[in-house]
Design a protein around this ligand. Structure first.
Ligand code: GLY
Ligand code: MN
Ligand code: MN
Length: 445
C-alpha cells in the first residue's frame, strides 16, 4: 500500500477511468460518455427537498458529492469536460468555484443555470451514452435524457470493483474517520449514553452528519442488536445496559467505509466471550480474502464457523455440519458474509459474470448474499459475520423441525443481548489480504 497523496495518485486513476470509458463506449457503439451529477428531489405536495444523493457514475470521476445540476463529458482522446453548475442564488450557499488536485485535469465550464449545461454537451445526443436518472433530462423534449445503455453500464460497473490506488487512498481516509467515530461511540456507550447520544458522539467525532455518512448509522443497545438494520435511535438508554452493536461508516471523496463492532457492558461476562469467538471467526474469514477465491466459499465457511460457535456455547445441540445442512445456522446468521464496497456501501455488480453481463448465482438457500464473484487484486469487500437472536426468526425456528436442535434456555439467556456483528473492510491484493479497518484501529490504538 502506498502513502502517496491523492494529488499524486489521481492522474493514474483518471487514466484508468478513461481507458474503461473508452472500452465501454465501444461496447455500446457510442462516441461520448455523458454523466449528469443528478438533481434535487422534492417531497410530495411540498417544497422541501430530500437529501441530495450524487450519481455514483459522476463521483467516480470527480470527488464532488454536493453539486446537483453538473455534468461530466468524456470523449475518447479528448480532455474530459466538467460542466459545473454554480447558480446565482441568495437563498442557499452557492458551491465554491471548483478547486483541488483534480481540477486541472478537466476542461471546466461553469454555468449559472441548469439549462445552460446543454451548450457544453455534445451536439448529437443520439451518439451519447448518458448515465443517470430520468429527472436529469435536459433540452427540448428531453433530448439529453439518460439512456443508460446496458453494455456500457455492464462494462463500467464490472470494472469498478477493481479499485485504483487513488480509490484505496480515499477509502483509507474514510476508514480513518469511521474508526475515530467508533472510538468516540464506545466511550459514549461506556458513559451510559442513549442510542441517540451515541449517534451524536459518533457524528461529532467523524465530522459528518447523517446525510454525509454512507448509510444510516445502526446504533443498537441490548435487544436492538438483533434487528439487522436498526435505525431508530432511542432517546433514553435501557436499564440495565448490556450490549452495544454499532454499524457505522464514513465517507471521503465519495468513497465509503462500513464498519461494525459489538461491545459488552460486562467485559468479563459470557457475552464478551461470545463476541470474542465471533471475532476469531471474523479474522479467519478476512484471511480468506485472496485472489482466485470464490466469495461464495467465504460465505459458506462463515456458516460453518458460526455454527461451531453456536455449538460451543450450547445454543444448538448438533454439530456445525448438521446445523448448516438443515438451514439451522441461517436462523442465527440470516444475512450474507458481506459485499463489495467503494463508491456505494453496497457496491454494484456483485453478481456480474463478466464485463459483458451475465449473473453468477447465489448458493441455494442463501438469498441475501450480495457478492458471488471470484476475488481479484484491487477488490475491496466487507467481511461481516454475525449471530443474532431475532424474535421473528426464533418464532419460525420454534415452529419448525429444527426446534429440537436448539437449547431454548440458552437462547433465552442470550436474547437480551440482541446479537453480535463484526465487520471489516478488506482489500484483495496479489499477496495477502490488507485489512483497512484493522490497520487503522491498530495505528490509533
Ligand atoms: N451497513 C450495512 C452493511 O453492513 O451492509
Ligand atoms: Mn456491510
Ligand atoms: Mn455495515
Amino acid at each position: 500500500m502506498t502513502a502517496q497523496t491523492p494529488a499524486a495518485l489521481y492522474p493514474d486513476h483518471l487514466d484508468t477511468l478513461a481507458a474503461r470509458a473508452t472500452a465501454a463506449l465501444e461496447r455500446g457503439g457510442f462516441d461520448h460518455l455523458v454523466v449528469p451529477s443528478g438533481t434535487l428531489h422534492y417531497q410530495v405536495f411540498d417544497d422541501r427537498d430530500y437529501p441530495y444523493a450524487v450519481n455514483p457514475q459522476f463521483k467516480a470521476w470527480v470527488p464532488l458529492v454536493r453539486n446537483p445540476g453538473s455534468w461530466l463529458v468524456f470523449t475518447p482522446g479528448a480532455k474530459p469536460r466538467l460542466v459545473y453548475l454554480q447558480p446565482r442564488d441568495y437563498w442557499h450557499v452557492v458551491p465554491e468555484a471548483p478547486s483541488g488536485y483534480w481540477v486541472d485535469h478537466f476542461d471546466v465550464k461553469v454555468v449559472r443555470n441548469p439549462d445552460d449545461a446543454l451548450q457544453h454537451l455534445p451536439r448529437n445526443a443520439t451518439r451519447c451514452a448518458i448515465l443517470g436518472e430520468p429527472q436529469s433530462a435536459l433540452g427540448r423534449y428531453g433530448a439529453f435524457a439518460p439512456n443508460n445503455p446496458q453494455p456500457v453500464l455492464d462494462y463500467l460497473d464490472y470494472h469498478r470493483a477493481y479499485k485504483t490506488p487513488y480509490e484505496l487512498a480515499m477509502m483509507r481516509e474514510a476508514t480513518r474517520r469511521a474508526v475515530r467515530g467508533h472510538r468516540a461511540a464506545e466511550r459514549a456507550f461506556r458513559a451510559g449514553a442513549s442510542e441517540f447520544g451515541i449517534h451524536l458522539a459518533y457524528c461529532q467525532a467523524v465530522g459528518q452528519d447523517a446525510n454525509e455518512l454512507p448509510y444510516g448509522n445502526i446504533v443498537a443497545l441490548n435487544g436492538h442488536g438483533a434487528v439487522l438494520h436498526y435505525t431508530e435511535l432511542d432517546r433514553v438508554p435501557p436499564k440495565p445496559v448490556r450490549s452495544f452493536l454499532l454499524d457505522a461508516g464514513a465517507s471521503h471523496g465519495g468513497y465509503a467505509a462500513d464498519i461494525t463492532r459489538t461491545h459488552a457492558a460486562d467485559r468479563g461476562g459470557e457475552f464478551q466471550a461470545f463476541i470474542d469467538a465471533v471475532e476469531r471467526a471474523e479474522l479467519a474469514l478476512c484471511d480468506e480474502v485472496r485472489a482466485g477465491v470464490d466469495y461464495r466459499r467465504i460465505h459458506l465457511d462463515a456458516h460453518q464457523r458460526l455454527a461451531g460457535i453456536l455449538q460451543e456455547f450450547g445454543i444448538i445441540r448438533c454439530g456445525a455440519e448438521e446445523a448448516v445442512a438443515t438451514g439451522l445456522s441461517s436462523s442465527f446468521f440470516p444475512h450474507g458474509i458481506g459485499h463489495g464496497l467503494g463508491l456505494q456501501v453496497h457496491d454494484v455488480a456483485g453478481f456480474a459474470a463478466s464485463d459483458a453481463g451475465g449473473t453468477i448465482d447465489k448458493p441455494e438457500g442463501h438469498p441475501y448474499l450480495r457478492l458471488t464473484r471470484e476475488l481479484a487484486p484491487g477488490m475491496v469487500v466487507t467481511i461481516e459475520p454475525g449471530l443474532y437472536f431475532a424474535d421473528m426468526l426464533l418464532e419460525e425456528l420454534q415452529a419448525g423441525d429444527n426446534a429440537r436442535r436448539v437449547d431454548w434456555d440458552r437462547v433465552e439467556a442470550f436474547r437480551p443481548y440482541g446479537g453480535v456483528r463484526i465487520e471489516d473492510n478488506v482489500v484483495c491484493t496479489d499477496d495477502g489480504p490488507v485489512n483497512l479497518t484493522r490497520e487503522e484501529f491498530a495505528a490509533t490504538a
